[in-house]
Design a protein around this ligand. Structure first.
Ligand code: GLN
Length: 223
């Protein structure tokens, strides 16, 4: 088995808003610094996919139209993504990609998109305003500054199981009420932060370390 770190970018061609692909570029840069080459596969419509072939899964943000297209194809991969998340392997999901891990997402057009229903949260639309602007919040790794642009409001259905990624200082995050940004479950992070989020070196380095750990575990099992 090769020592190259394998990253799956889910629907890279459809889910990549406001610089999200920069997250994967930053991780590749940090992993290179630590002596690892990376291979990034765009896993898109009709592709075969086994999450356990990878050391890291990335899912970027998307417009409502792209989300409706992706949702129909994505459902085929529910079991492998669920098992991967439950195994504690690392994954980062941004905005539309984050919404997909929950139960459903209501679009601006009033359509309800059935999501993967892997984690207990849901995302609804309310007509008054889109959440757009700079964000700042406090995480386990320190302050993170980013940019958000979403209509979906995310609410946790099980606050014991899911933890927010951060506590808002500026901006909306998950919704206008909770003062919380994003979600953490095991080694999976969901976030509304674009910009890309991993321009924040503190969180980027923490994720890079988790990827190396996940890679080393896979390599030791294959020996
Ligand atoms: N379309 C979704 C929303 O508006 C996600 C947006 C995004 O990924 N930037 O909430």
């Amino acid at each position: 088995m090769s020592d190259t770190i394998k990253i799956a970018y889910l629907y890279e061609d459809l889910m990549n808003t406001y610089g999200d692909s920069g997250d994967v570029k930053i991780l590749s840069f940090l992993l290179k610094e630590q002596g690892y080459d990376t291979q990034v596969d765009n896993v898109s419509l009709d592709d075969e996919f086994n999450a356990f072939d990878y050391d890291f899964l990335f899912f970027g943000g998307g417009q409502d139209f792209e989300q409706t297209v992706v949702a129909k194809d994505l459902i085929r991969h529910r079991e492998t993504i669920k098992d991967y998340i439950e195994a504690g392997k690392p994954m980062l999901c941004i905005c539309g990609g984050y919404q997909f891990l929950g139960k459903y997402y209501q679009t601006v057009g009033g359509e309800t998109i059935k999501c993967l229903n892997i984690l207990p949260f849901h995302t609804v639309f309310k007509a008054d305003s889109r959440m757009i602007g700079d964000t700042e919040y406090e995480t386990e790794w320190g302050t993170v500054r980013a940019f958000e642009n979403h209509s979906g409001r995310t609410y946790f259905d099980d606050k014991n199981k899911l933890k927010p990624l951060g506590k808002m200082i500026e901006g909306y995050g998950n919704n206008p009420e909770d003062k919380a940004e994003g979600m953490r479950y095991k080694n999976t992070i969901g976030s509304y932060s674009h910009g890309p989020i991993l321009k924040n070196e503190n969180i980027a380095r923490a994720i890079a370390q988790e990827i190396i750990k996940s890679h080393q575990e896979k390599m030791s099992k294959s020996k």
